[in-house]
Design a protein around this ligand. Structure first.
Ligand code: AMP
Ligand code: GLY
Length: 424
């Protein structure tokens, strides 16, 4: 039996909590800080996951064997290295890379250079700083539009601008580099070619040598129907992805997944954990848009329900370098998740709205994101409130079921996109 501490408080963590707690190998299970949903599967601890000292104390007090950071921040900030350099903590299995490995997500420039070294298909790019500002402007002026500008560091999903013309591109570049729009994160900017295609997400769990692929997914990032309006953390997701057939996935494996895992090993970058490949399919070929060092949200809400293996067993195989002995079983059923959000999201939104209808739910899964229990009542506590995930013979049927359930859950100002999966 393994005692587990899961870090995070979103729909991703609620889904992971649901899965981990089903394992016969799961001992005492904690989530920090968690939400109203995770409390059904384990004990929520009121600590911030960015407070490594507090996480350390919890790990010692509760004799934790496995630490699973859900979000990227603690990984990019080096929680792996913090644990491995402390004699009291270094025996703990961490599902996630070293600080250096997490740079695949934490620095766009690092990931672009990594892909270049290993011939991994990605958009052509150049990087610029304040010192090379004039060259950056010249580069924009001679580039084809649209063009993509990316703050080098973490920017809570807001650091990417797709500029349609030179004037907007120069404006965005100046705001990032000169006006430090994203602070240190935009001191360096990657400017890259715009790729026109359809996106999807692929997830590998690696032990540093071997890897297994989890079910693939597609998420819907825009707030409005027909993929319009502002970018959000994600309004829904589907798995499997209809266009990701065997031939395409073979290209993904051969051109992207294998060279990434081999590249990390060849460069002695310590990486045991999730590699999230944000991909785009252009004329039948896969390109990497971005790497992340953690699971996606809301992709997890469909990927994990379709994973038939025991997740704790997979983590233990990862820790012992034996993922080559594992066969991953993807469910034959499809899964579709609809994210219910608060009015106003992704802008300002109200909190504390009383939620009802949970007792009417049958046959679907509710993965809480922004919820909290106040005085015995579940209330909204975030922009993304709750993911409804259902299984079905195909994604249309799965989503139809999720929509039936979403109609039953109520709170003032509830909103969700009615067209997840619309293009299939
Ligand atoms: P990222 O944070 O790198 O994932 O970028 C956020 C979003 O911007 C992606 O999910 C894409 O929709 C879009 N994007 C990023 N890079 C490109 C690119 N080179 N071409 C087209 N779209 C892109
Ligand atoms: N759904 C995209 C992400 O988690 O980054």
């Amino acid at each position: 039996m393994k005692n587990i501490l899961l870090l995070g408080s979103g729909g991703r963590e609620c889904t992971l909590a649901w899965k981990l707690s089903q394992s016969p190998f799961c001992g005492t299970f904690f989530i920090a800080p968690g939400n109203a949903g995770t409390a059904e599967y384990g004990v929520n601890l009121p600590i911030s996951y960015n407070d490594f000292e507090a996480v350390k104390q919890a790990c010692i007090e509760y004799k934790i064997d496995i630490l699973f950071p859900g979000p990227e921040d603690p990984l990019v900030a080096g929680i792996y290295d913090f644990f491995k350099s402390d004699p009291k903590l270094k025996h703990i299995i961490i599902v996630g890379p070293s600080k250096e490995g997490a740079q695949l997500e934490g620095s766009k420039a690092f990931s672009k250079k990594f892909m270049e070294r290993h011939n991994i298909p990605t958009a052509a790019y150049k990087e610029f700083t304040i010192e090379s500002f004039e060259q950056g402007i010249a580069y924009i002026k001679r580039s084809e539009m649209p063009i993509v500008l990316k703050a080098d560091g973490l920017a809570a999903g807001k650091g990417v601008v797709i500029a349609q013309n030179t004037i907007d591109a120069v404006k965005a570049f100046r705001a990032m580099v000169m006006d430090k729009q994203f602070g240190k994160s935009s001191e360096k900017v990657v400017i890259e070619q715009f790729l026109d295609g359809i996106e999807m997400s692929v997830f590998a769990l690696t032990d540093g040598t071997n890897y297994v692929l989890l079910p693939e997914a597609k998420d819907y990032k825009r707030v409005g129907e027909g993929d319009t309006g502002l970018n959000t953390g994600g309004m829904g997701s589907i798995s499997p992805v209809p266009f990701a057939d065997d031939a395409f996935m073979k290209k993904v494996t051969d051109k992207i997944v294998v060279p990434t895992v081999k590249g990390l090993k060849a460069e002695s970058i310590i990486y045991q954990g999730i590699i999230f490949f944000g991909l785009i399919k252009v004329n039948g070929e896969p390109f990497v848009i971005e790497y992340n060092c953690r699971m996606g949200d809301p992709e997890t809400e469909v990927v994990i329900p379709r994973l038939e293996n025991d997740l704790v067993e997979l983590i233990l195989s990862m820790a012992t370098g034996k993922l080559n002995e594992v066969t991953v079983q993807h469910s034959a059923r499809a899964a579709g998740a609809v994210m219910m959000v608060s009015e106003g999201y992704p802008g300002d939104y109200p909190k504390g709205r009383k939620m009802t209808g949970f007792d009417k739910v049958r046959g679907s899964m509710l993965f809480h994101a922004g919820t909290v229990v106040k005085d015995g009542v579940t209330v909204t506590n975030g922009g993304r409130v709750l993911a409804v995930t259902s299984y079905g013979e195909d994604i249309k049927k799965a989503l139809a079921k999720s929509y039936e359930i979403a109609a039953l859950i109520d709170y003032e100002g509830k909103y969700y996109r009615k067209d997840i999966g619309f293009e299939f």
